[in-house]
Design a protein around this ligand. Structure first.
Ligand code: SIN
Length: 284
């Protein structure tokens, strides 16, 4: 179906599109909003350029899609608990999101989507990659699909925000974005390995290297070989797209069917992003 109010320009075969013809700082009418939602569901990640948003306008756009998450382990922007500041300073070594993942899959009701807004970007580097998890599922063999159907995975924030992550953070002098290490981060939650998208009805692979620890009923060691295969398969180059940021660009991705990866290839330069994360439903 054609778009009448916005231009939707795909950036890769697998997913991603640049959206033109909308100013997100202004109230968005239902017709335009309906087309943005359709592009989001069809392309999994959509990009906007030259959007000069205040924190309140950023939150207002996110709220059109649902309630906003307050991240349990990352510091929020002063006065805006729903916005996290993703900052890598010139002399920081480690970046936030520098591994393939879906946001907050350790929560019982993980994110619907995330709206990332670029405030300050390096001259070169600091792109973000995205991978289509419908394709990851659809390209599995029938035998593998049968095996995974009905399997449940255990997710936890432990390796990133808990005791397991602490030594790594100290060693790398991670940026000051994170809150103190907490016991709560070690808690686990369970999600289906194959999830059905609540809006499109399509099946997607739903495991990720940052937060999926093991399969339910198996040890980590027993789970590791199959998880390793799935993590690698999920991000095959032909399932991906890559976004080159500029100041005031926005990426809005669907965490229910896409993974993303923030490249850490801009040492000596500063990068500053702001993210709101939209609450989702419990996967099924
Ligand atoms: C994230 O994982 O939300 C960060 C992505 C990025 O900074 O590009």
């Amino acid at each position: 179906m054609d778009y009448r109010h916005i231009a939707v320009k795909p950036v890769a075969g697998a997913l991603g599109a640049e959206i033109e013809g909308v100013d997100l700082s202004q109230p968005i009418g239902d017709d335009v909003f309906g087309e943005i939602r359709r592009a989001f569901l069809e392309r999994l990640v959509i990009f906007f350029r030259d959007q000069d948003l205040t924190p309140d306008q950023h939150k207002a756009f996110g709220r059109r899609f649902g309630t906003l998450n307050v991240h349990p382990y990352v510091k929020a922007m002063d006065g805006h608990e729903e916005i996290i500041e993703i900052v890598k300073e010139k002399d920081d070594k480690v970046n936030f999101g520098g591994g393939w993942h879906t946001d907050v899959s350790f929560l019982e009701a993980p994110a619907l989507g995330s709206v990332l807004f670029a405030r300050d970007v390096p001259e070169t580097g600091g792109d973000t990659m995205f991978a289509n998890q419908y394709l990851a599922y659809e390209t599995l063999s029938d035998g593998m699909k049968e095996l995974l159907e009905g399997m449940v995975a255990v997710h936890s924030a432990g390796s990133q925000y808990g005791r397991q992550g602490e030594s790594q953070r100290n060693r790398d002098k991670r940026t000051g974005m994170q809150l103190a290490v907490t016991e709560a981060a070690e808690e686990t939650t369970e999600h289906p390995v194959i999830r059905t998208h609540p809006e499109t009805g399509r099946k997607a692979l739903y495991v990720n290297g940052a937060f999926t620890e093991r399969f339910k009923g198996m040890t980590k060691a027993e789970s590791a070989p199959l998880l390793r295969f799935l993590f690698e398969h999920a991000v095959r180059p032909e399932f991906t797209c890559r976004f080159r940021w500029a100041e005031n660009s926005i990426a809005f991705w669907d965490n229910r069917c896409a993974q993303h990866y923030a490249l850490n290839d801009y040492h000596g330069q500063r990068r500053h992003m702001q993210r709101v994360t939209i609450d989702g439903d419990r996967p099924f």
